[in-house]
Design a protein around this ligand. Sequence first.
Ligand SMILES: Nc1ncnc2c1ncn2[C@@H]1O[C@H](COP(=O)(O)OP(=O)(O)OP(=O)(O)O)[C@@H](O)[C@H]1O
Ligand SMILES: [Mg+2]
Length: 371
Amino acid sequence: MRITALTLRNIRSYESFQADLSGRSVVITGPNGAGKTNLLEALTLFGPGRTLRRSRLPEVVRQGAEEGAGAGITLCDDGEDERRLVVTIPPPRFDKREIRIDGEPVRKAGTLTDLLRFLWLTPAMDRLFMDAPGDRRRFLDRIAAAGSSAHAEDTARYEKAMRQRMAALEQGAPPQVLSALESEMAASGVKIAGTRRETAESLARGYEALRQEAFPQASVFIEGDVDLMLGEKGPEAAMEAFRARLQGNRRIDRDAKRTLVGPHRSDLVVTHLGKAMPAKLCSTGEQKALLIGLILARAAAAKGQGGSALVLLLDEIAAHLDETRREALAQTLEKLGLQAFLTGTDEAAFAPFLPDMDHLRPGAGQIGSLA
Ligand SMILES: Nc1ncnc2c1ncn2[C@@H]1O[C@H](COP(=O)(O)OP(=O)(O)OP(=O)(O)O)[C@@H](O)[C@H]1O
Ligand SMILES: [Mg+2]
């Protein structure tokens, strides 16, 4: 399936926007502030959780909008089977998404994931290897979710049980209440660790499939207590070991007012394989190239999963890349065979991409013009 139309109403800078697409990849160019990133972000309204800017829904709605906001996507496959996905954000609070697929209301956001998944790279991720562990963990969970529709739900279940256990500890709830919540945390926590582990392992397959010399290979290691338990003991014993750690930690967790052990504290350790250098110590350009390689490898590994379309969003992608790498990226995207949306200010930098892609120049009249 490929995106063949995008419409927006009262989203970010767009009062209205409409573009018909061929289903090929899309280059979006225009000056600063033209609304390029806004288009990518609008697409991520169709993903689970926060948008590509990590914004809450009211921020995504156009300032001053009084009527409803929303976005629509048409998905089309080669056999001309068409699906229409619509997200509306109703006034006055603009804080809830209502989803419809082919006109039918959908309760669970997970249903969207069965049709459409995203992988994205934005300039905000340029410092990922220097940022706090939480940023890397979120990155890992996002690329994991691109290949596992259960991952977002497992994470939500784990976090809910963790919050409930902390409240129960503070209220002095009876031990059986704590035990039930700890069992839930152990079950979903080990599943989370398992999916993250599979994600890290899938990268090697992705690199192998793409053989992209322009983008260095990374090895990815997940560092954390539950990750270690899982690696050493397997899922069943890891679950029991994690559950026992939680039970043993009740007092210190209560005193610390946070849960000290669990997959919510894991970190991602990335190494530039060719240089045997921690990503953190690589140059800015090397880090960017590592990150692009990693996303492409994950895309290659995850694209066939679940029969849903995987779409790549690459914001300001040309900025750090020299000509050789831009050409290599164009070739790799071609080889991947996925629909990608690429943005940049400099139209000339997209010369290697444009012959085979659609071209949008937002800004002029706010109606997407398809060149
Ligand atoms: N909720 C909102 N309502 C109205 N306008 C908004 C809202 N949020 C952001 N904007 C505006 O949208 C405009 C376009 O933003 P966007 O980030 O898409 O630009 P861009 O084309 O990606 O630019 P750059 O090249 O600088 O990255 C900005 O001028 C911004 O102020
Ligand atoms: Mg932008």
